[in-house]
Design a protein around this ligand. Structure first.
Ligand SMILES: Nc1ncnc2c1ncn2[C@@H]1O[C@H](COP(=O)(O)OP(=O)(O)O)[C@@H](O)[C@H]1O
Ligand SMILES: [Mg+2]
Length: 581
C-alpha cells in the first residue's frame, strides 16, 4: 500500500469532548469520526485495525470449533416477545416500527434469533454440540455513551452461542470458549484478567468477564495478588471478620450530633474512627395482588459499617429482596422510624422493619448509629443488649482493598478494568422460554443447554490504546496495527535513488506477505514521523540519500528511543525477524 493511494487524516488537537487518551488518540489519528452521540464512522485507518481484530477473533473461534453465520441487525419483535425481553429490556433496546406498523428491534444481542435457529435446526442429540457465532453491528441506546468506541451506542460485537445436551457438556463448551478468549487477548498482547462475574437474573452458574487492565476502566476488578482469585465488584465476597464480636464495654448513650447526618461527620465530631459507626439504608418491597396493585409493603433496614458501601446486587439475592426492591420513600421512612434520613438506626422503631446486617456489622460491639431522632446518635450500641439480634446477617457490602481474600490466600487489591469480553453459561433460560428442545437417544425432547460469549470488537481498539500509548501517540501491538511496517523515504519526490530503494523494499516486503505502507507523500521528515508515531505503526524504516550512500537504512521500533542503522541489503530479513515471521 502506498500512502498516496490510501487515506490519512491526522489532527494536531483532539476535540474537546474526548475525555480519555484512547478516544483523543483515535480522533487525532483519524481512525473514527463522530456522527452522533455514541455513533461513529470507522475511517479507513480505523477500519484496518477493526479488520485485524476480527481476523484474530475469527481465527481463534474457528480453531475452537465455533461456526460463523450472520444474523440480521433488524429483528422481529415476536421473537423478543417470546422471552419477554421486548418488554423487560430497558430503554437501551431500540424498538422501531416498519411501514406496516409491525414492531422490530435493532439488535443489542442475539439470543432470541439464535435460539429460534437452534430449535428449528438442532433437532437431535446427534446435531450437538454446536457453537455458532457472528461478528455484527449492535445497537444499545446507552444512557451515557462515552469514551468514543469504548461505550458507543452503535458498535461491533462478536457474539457466540453454544448448544449442548446437558449441563456438563455445556460447561465443557464454556471452558473451550474461556480458553479461546484467553488466546485471543494474548495474541493482542493485552494485559488482562478473567474475573468471576455476576450472572444477573438468568441464574446460570458460571460467568467471567475478560477485563483489560486500565486506570480509565469503568469497572472495579477485585483480585488477590498472592493467588488467582479475581472477581468483579458485584461478585467479590466480603468474608466475615475472623475475630468475631467482642464483649460490650461501653454503656448505651444518646449523644447530641447537631447537623451531623453522615457517618463521616459523626465520627469526626465524636473523635472516633469511622469504623466505629454504622450506616442505615432503608429499602422497601411491594407485594402485588392479582390485579397488579400493591397489597402489602415491607420496609427493610440494611446496616453496613460507616466506611463500607451497600452492594445492591448482593442485596438483591437475599430472600425477600430477590423479587425486586426499591429505596423507601420519605413517608415510609417517617412512618417506621419517626425520623428523617441521616439519624436512622435500629433502636426505637415506630413500626417493625426487617433488619439485615452486614457480616462486619454483626461482629461489631460498642458501635454508633442514628437514634431515630434528628440531631442525635447512639454510642456504645451492642447487639443482644441494646437491640435485638438482627433478622438476617449477610454479605451485603462491596469489598474494599485490604479485605481478606475469600480463598484465604491473602488480602484483596482493587484495580480498574475495561470489559472486553464476557463468557456466560445460560443454562436453559432461553431454550425454556422459546421451547427449544432436541430429541435424546430415547426420542424424548430435552431442553437445549446454552452458553453465550461476547467480545467488544470496537471497544478493543480503545482498550488496547489505553494500555499502549506514549506522549507521541498510539503504540499498536503488531497483531492489531493498521500496518505492520511503514517505510519513510526522505525526499521520495526529489531523489531517484531514495525512490528506487524505497519502491524496491516496498515490493520485496509485500511479496513476503508483510503488511507494509510506503509513505510516498513527500512530506517533511518531522511531519511524516509525527503522523506515524501518532497512528502507532509498530515498525518504521527510514531511507535517505545519506544513509543509502553508506549502504544503510534506519530501523526504529515504536517503543524504542533511538533508530539503529541496518545494512540496506539486510533490511527485509531484519524486519521479518522483528515481526516474528
Ligand atoms: N456500549 C458498548 N460499546 C462498545 N462495546 C460494548 C458496549 N456494550 C457492550 N460492549 C462489549 O460487548 C461485550 C459483550 O456485551 P455484554 O456482556 O452483553 O454487555 P454488558 O456487559 O454491557 O451487559 C462486552 O464485554 C463489551 O466488550
Ligand atoms: Mg458483560
Amino acid at each position: 500500500m502506498k500512502a498516496s493511494q490510501f487515506f490519512i487524516s491526522t489532527l494536531k488537537e483532539a476535540p474537546a469532548d474526548a475525555e480519555v487518551t484512547s478516544h483523543k488518540l483515535m480522533m487525532r489519528a483519524g481512525f473514527i469520526k463522530r456522527i452522533s452521540a455514541g455513533i461513529y464512522n470507522y475511517m479507513p485507518m480505523g477500519l484496518r485495525v477493526i479488520r485485524k481484530v476480527e481476523a484474530v477473533i475469527r481465527d481463534e473461534m474457528n480453531r475452537a470449533g465455533a461456526i460463523e453465520l450472520l444474523m440480521p441487525v433488524v429483528q422481529p419483535a415476536e421473537l423478543w416477545q417470546e422471552t419477554g425481553r421486548f418488554q423487560k429490556y430497558g430503554p437501551e433496546l431500540l424498538r422501531v416500527k416498519d411501514r406496516h406498523d409491525r414492531d422490530f428491534v435493532i439488535q443489542p444481542t442475539s439470543e432470541e434469533v439464535m435460539t429460534d435457529i437452534a430449535r428449528q435446526e438442532l433437532r437431535s442429540y446427534r446435531a450437538l454440540p454446536k457453537n455458532f457465532y457472528h461478528i455484527q453491528t449492535k445497537f444499545r441506546d446507552e444512557r451515557r455513551p462515552r469514551f468514543g468506541v469504548m461505550r458507543g451506542r452503535e458498535f461491533t460485537m462478536k457474539d457466540a452461542y453454544s448448544f449442548d445436551r446437558d449441563v456438563e457438556a455445556a460447561s465443557k463448551s464454556y471452558d473451550v470458549m474461556y480458553a479461546a478468549y484467553t488466546r485471543i487477548f494474548e495474541r493482542m498482547q493485552l494485559s488482562f484478567r478473567a474475573v468471576a462475574a455476576d450472572n444477573g437474573s438468568i441464574g446460570g452458574v458460571r460467568s467471567h468477564e475478560f477485563q483489560v487492565i486500565a486506570d480509565t476502566g469503568e469497572d472495579a476488578i477485585i483480585y488477590c495478588p498472592t493467588s488467582d482469585y479475581a472477581a468483579n465488584i458485584e461478585m467479590a465476597e466480603a468474608v466475615a471478620p475472623s475475630a468475631g464480636r467482642a464483649a460490650p464495654s461501653k454503656a448505651l448513650t444518646k449523644a447530641p450530633t447537631p447537623g451531623k447526618s453522615t457517618c463521616e461527620d459523626v465520627a469526626q465530631l465524636l473523635g472516633v474512627p469511622l469504623q466505629n459507626t454504622v450506616k442505615s439504608l432503608v429499602l422497601a418491597t411491594d407485594e402485588l395482588n392479582a390485579a397488579g396493585d400493591v397489597a402489602k409493603t415491607t420496609v427493610w433496614l440494611l446496616l453496613v459499617r460507616g466506611d463500607h458501601s451497600l452492594n445492591e446486587i448482593k442485596a438483591g439475592k437475599l430472600p425477600g429482596l430477590k423479587t425486586g426492591f426499591r429505596f423507601a420513600t420519605a413517608a415510609e421512612i417517617d412512618a417506621h422510624f419517626g425520623c428523617k434520613p441521616g439519624y436512622l438506626g435500629p433502636i426505637g422503631l415506630k413500626q417493625p422493619v426487617k433488619v439485615v446486617v452486614d457480616r462486619t456489622v454483626a461482629a461489631m460491639s460498642d458501635f454508633i448509629c442514628g437514634a431515630n431522632e434528628v440531631d442525635f446518635h447512639y454510642t456504645g450500641v451492642n447487639w443482644g443488649r441494646d437491640v435485638p439480634e438482627p433478622d438476617l446477617v449477610a454479605d451485603i457490602r462491596n469489598v474494599v482493598a485490604g479485605d481478606p481474600s475469600p480463598d484465604g490466600k491473602g488480602v484483596l487489591a482493587i484495580q480498574r478494568g475495561i470489559e472486553v469480553g464476557h463468557v456466560f453459561l445460560l443454562g436453559s433460560y432461553y431454550s425454556q422460554a422459546m421451547n427449544a428442545t432436541y430429541l435424546d437417544e430415547n426420542g424424548k425432547p430435552q431442553l437445549l443447554q446454552m452458553g453465550c460469549y461476547g467480545i467488544g470488537v470496537t471497544r478493543l481498539l480503545g482498550a488496547a490504546i489505553e494500555q499502549n500509548h506514549d506522549e507521541r501517540g498510539i503504540i499498536w501491538p503488531t497483531t492489531m496495527a493498521p500496518f505492520e511496517v511503514v517505510l519513510c523515504p526522505i525526499g521520495y519526490d526529489r531523489s531517484a535513488e531514495v525512490k528506487a530503494a524505497a519502491d524496491q523494499l516496498h515490493q520485496r516486503l509485500l511479496s513476503q506477505g508483510v503488511d507494509v505502507l510506503l509513505d510516498d507523500r513527500g512530506e517533511r521528515p518531522g511531519a511524516m514521523f509525527a503522523d506515524w508515531e501518532l497512528i502507532g505503526v509498530p515498525h518504521r524504516v527510514v531511507l535517505s540519500d545519506r544513509g543509502l550512500k553508506e549502504g544503510k537504512v534506519e530501523y526504529q521500533g515504536r517503543r524504542e528511543a533511538q533508530a539503529s542503522a541496518i545494512p540496506a541489503a539486510d533490511v527485509a530479513a531484519f524486519v521479518k525477524a522483528k515481526l516474528g515471521s
